[in-house]
Ligand binder design. Structure first.
Ligand SMILES: C[S@@+](CC[C@H](N)C(=O)[O-])C[C@H]1O[C@@H](n2cnc3c(N)ncnc32)[C@H](O)[C@@H]1O
Length: 257
């Protein structure tokens, strides 16, 4: 009887072990775990300039180092997302060691199912194909003016605002973008010039953060040159003068995940 019970126990524990390893093996990662070296983490955060109380995400957070460093050094609210339960366990342990558990949250989740529309800063160390899939969601869902930093991989034809090599880490590259507002079309604005303010109607064509078109000021129509957005703030030159203005933000939110 005792031997029979022991046998049952052994069989059930073997089945449990098999099921557990099967579950671990079934974690479908889009990117392997390769941690970002600390000097690169520091550079990503330096470029993103997180402010106290802002919300920072790391999609595919690994052992949580970016989120934890940001919480510790910049006092942000950090959210790390990883599909691998082992990485989430490590992230939580590391957050406890760093004393930042009140400011960080680690979620076991597929990054493609994540709503990160409230992010002020988005961090990524993924792969070109994954970045390409995320790009439409970043542009559609994130707030104009939110910052995106990526270690090693860019966002294809959305050219970065800054590209910085990190000398201490073998010149690894960090890319930085500011999410541009959607400004295509006609907008009434107040232009700021060194001479003062002027009312104008802008007619804009947009390619990510780059803008071309015309500015109608009274009876004059100027061609916009070197138009560049930082969120909803446009700077351009026309007729040898530099102009800046705040553009009205069109509401946007993608339906697709
Ligand atoms: C290259 S590592 C980067 C880790 C960390 N962000 C860093 O820079 O140190 C990529 C991480 O993405 C996670 N990952 C891969 N596919 C994922 C997915 N579909 N959803 C969430 N996380 C994923 C992996 O488990 C891994 O931890």
């Amino acid at each position: 009887m005792i031997a029979q019970n022991m046998n049952r126990l052994l069989v059930s524990s073997a089945v449990l072990t098999m099921l557990t390893s099967l579950a671990i093996a079934q974690v479908q990662k889009d990117v392997p775990f390769v941690p970002t070296p600390q000097p690169v983490v520091e550079e990503m955060l330096r470029l993103a300039e997180p402010k106290e109380g802002e919300i920072l995400y790391d999609l595919g957070c690994g052992d949580g180092r970016i989120v934890i460093t940001a919480a510790k050094k910049y006092n942000v609210k950090g959210i790390g997302v990883d599909i691998d339960p082992q990485r989430i366990k490590e992230s939580n342990e590391n957050a406890t060691k760093a004393g930042v558990t009140d400011r960080v949250k680690f979620l076991e989740k597929n990054l493609f199912e994540m709503d990160f529309s409230d992010a002020d800063v988005l961090c990524m160390y993924l792969l070109p194909s994954v970045n390409a899939k995320l790009k439409p969601k970043i542009l559609a869902d994130m707030k104009p003016g939110a910052r995106v930093v990526s270690h090693a991989f860019d966002l294809g034809d959305w050219k970065p605002d800054k590209t910085v090599p990190v000398k201490e880490s073998n010149n690894r590259t960090v890319y930085f973008w500011i999410v541009p507002a959607q400004v295509e079309g006609t907008s009434d604005v107040t232009l700021k010039t060194p001479q003062g303010e002027q009312k104008a109607t802008l007619n804009l064509k947009q390619n990510y953060q780059h803008v071309a078109g015309t500015a109608k000021i009274g009876a004059k129509e100027l061609q916009i040159k070197d138009g560049k957005l930082a969120g909803d703030r446009l700077t351009f030159s026309a007729d040898g003068e530099t102009y800046t203005c705040q553009l009205p933000v069109k509401t946007r939110k993608s339906k697709a995940a």
